[in-house]
Design a protein around this ligand. Structure first.
Ligand code: GDP
Length: 139
């Protein structure tokens, strides 16, 4: 059963390139409501924990070091069919393959520095949201 929440991060590349405002605007214009929002920075340790699911993949070390290289914006978003609709809004992992008008097509430069994270399942959306936000930080 699908739920109506997903989790996102605006990654260090998009933050450094000045795209926070534009990306949040694209997200809200697409009908997502912001439930929780935080501007913060991951450490090597917290990024490693967040991406533990990818530990066996060859790019894990690069991913962890990239995600802790600068500040990020974390958010919980709400909309019907949130996980799937958000994945459509952000586009393919590799911006070279991302559809016209998607966030990654507009703001990402490469498969690793790909501007945004979007949860890939309802289960992971809940786990990832809990990683960053307490109940009192959700509105
Ligand atoms: P996503 O769900 O579209 O974010 O993609 P994945 O779950 O497959 O990968 C997680 C993240 O790992 C991606 O968003 C990229 O930031 C990074 N990533 C994926 N593939 C590669 C790769 O081949 N090299 C590097 N350096 N990073 C990658």
């Amino acid at each position: 059963m699908s739920t109506n929440r997903t989790f996102t991060m605006i990654k260090p590349d998009a933050v450094a390139n000045g795209h926070i405002g534009a990306i949040i605007n694209d997200i809200t214009a697409a009908g997502f409501k912001i439930i929780a929002l935080k501007y913060t920075k991951l450490t090597d340790e917290t990024a490693g924990k967040f991406y533990e699911i990818h530990k066996a993949r060859p790019f894990y070390a690069d991913l962890v070091s990239f995600m802790s290289s600068g500040p990020i914006v974390a958010a919980i978003l709400e909309k019907d069919n949130a996980v799937e609709d958000f994945r459509t809004l952000i586009g393919a992992t590799n911006p070279a393959d991302a559809a016209e008008g998607t966030i990654r097509q507009k703001y990402a430069k490469s498969i690793d520095a790909n501007a945004v994270h979007g949860s890939d399942s309802d289960e992971n959306a809940a786990i990832e949201g809990d990683f960053f936000f307490t109940a009192a930080e959700r509105f």
